[in-house]
Design a binder for this molecule. Structure first.
Ligand code: NAD
Length: 318
């Protein structure tokens, strides 16, 4: 049977670009986008779309039957900053949606599952630099707790029931097409928009806060690569560390200034600062590189060039 994909949470920052890329590769009708809301015009025009709640097991099951789905990418979640405002809701969404798809895979209704974890699984007691794959994990946000718990369940379902679930601990993802959905690294997207539109930006993180980050193109490439790898290459069945670059607000501002010399940054740390302080500064992703050949393409300068170029066109700036 040929590959037929369902993306749940397809209208978000990562889901939008993942859907478009998977449609390029597999054909538009082989990739069903779904979400609780409609997405961008580009996404909605690009192929089939269904309104589905990730917490509704029966609706997902029905869509899987209707479209004879073989693979699911679960991108619906409540992210770190929003999760701290609504802890109970974050826990409910993040765990219920994961159990729904794990159980559908366990029942043999789908063959393969992608579920993203996050660097938020780490906490203040984790080694901060070059954080290893296996290390102390004591997350302090509800989002991090849900991701760490999710990782344990993924590994459990793989070992106990043979579920082919694959996962990556994404760092902060930077992109220009779709705005981010309430994470602690959102400043690194907002800064490009503000630099182009008003020439200044106030960062909600302190200037020296160094966090692991990745350009969307690399994140999509990694997601598709791990899903296409032979099953025996996937030796970590909780979630893989994944890295590309690390930088501070001060460092990103310096690079943007090279392209927009009049750009000015100021700092006003808010409730997201303690979340950022609890996370690693850099990640050791040797296992992903060795096991399934992960390689990143974008560093801070190349990403900034690409972001500003694309946003220029988007905002029609001459
Ligand atoms: N963006 C990042 O920097 C980052 C970093 C680490 C991990 N992740 C993980 O990657 C995944 C995707 O993140 P994102 O940045 O695209 O998030 P996002 O917030 O931009 O998108 C999430 C999407 O899920 C949808 N959604 C919310 N509740 C739903 C429900 N009940 N049913 C169906 N859809 C629902 C939303 O409408 C939204 O379109 C998440 O699991 C997130 O934790 C993201």
């Amino acid at each position: 049977m040929s590959k037929r994909i369902l993306i749940i949470g397809a209208c978000g920052q990562i889901g939008t670009e993942l859907t478009l890329k998977l449609r390029d590769i597999n054909g538009k009708n082989a990739v069903i986008a779904s979400d609780i809301r409609e997405g961008s015009k580009e996404l909605m025009k690009s192929g089939p779309f269904e309104l589905v709640n990730a917490m509704d097991y029966d609706s997902i099951s029905k869509i899987i039957d209707t479209y004879t789905i073989t693979e699911v990418y679960l991108m619906a979640a409540m992210l770190s900053a929003t999760g701290e405002q609504f802890p109970a809701k974050a826990w409910e969404l993040n765990m219920t949606s994961l159990f729904n798809v794990l159980n559908l895979a366990k029942e043999g209704k789908i063959k393969k599952l992608f579920w993203p974890s996050s660097i938020a699984v780490f906490g203040p007691t984790t080694p901060k630099e070059n954080t290893p794959q296996e290390t102390v994990m004591e997350p302090t946000t509800v989002y991090g707790i849900s991701k760490q718990t999710g990782e344990r369940w993924c590994e459990y379902y793989h070992k106990k029931y043979g579920v082919d679930v694959r996962s990556i601990r994404y760092p902060g993802i930077i992109s220009w097409k779709t705005k981010p959905g309430g994470g602690t690294t959102d400043y690194a997207v907002e800064i490009y928009h503000s630099a182009l539109l008003i020439g200044k930006y106030t960062s909600f993180l302190k200037k020296e806060t160094k966090l692991p980050m990745m350009y969307m193109d690399d994140a999509i490439e990694a997601t598709i690569a791990i899903m296409n790898a032979a099953p025996e290459k996937i030796k970590v069945r909780s979630s893989y560390n994944l890295a590309a670059m690390s930088f501070t607000p001060e460092e990103i501002a310096k690079v943007i200034k090279k392209f927009i010399p009049e750009f000015e940054i100021s700092y006003n740390a808010d409730f997201r600062q303690p979340i950022a302080d609890s996370w690693p500064s850099s990640i050791d992703d040797i296992r992903a590189r060795e096991d399934w050949g992960w390689q990143h393409k974008f560093d801070l300068v190349k990403m900034s060039e690409n972001m500003l170029h694309n946003l220029h066109a988007k905002y029609n700036i001459l």
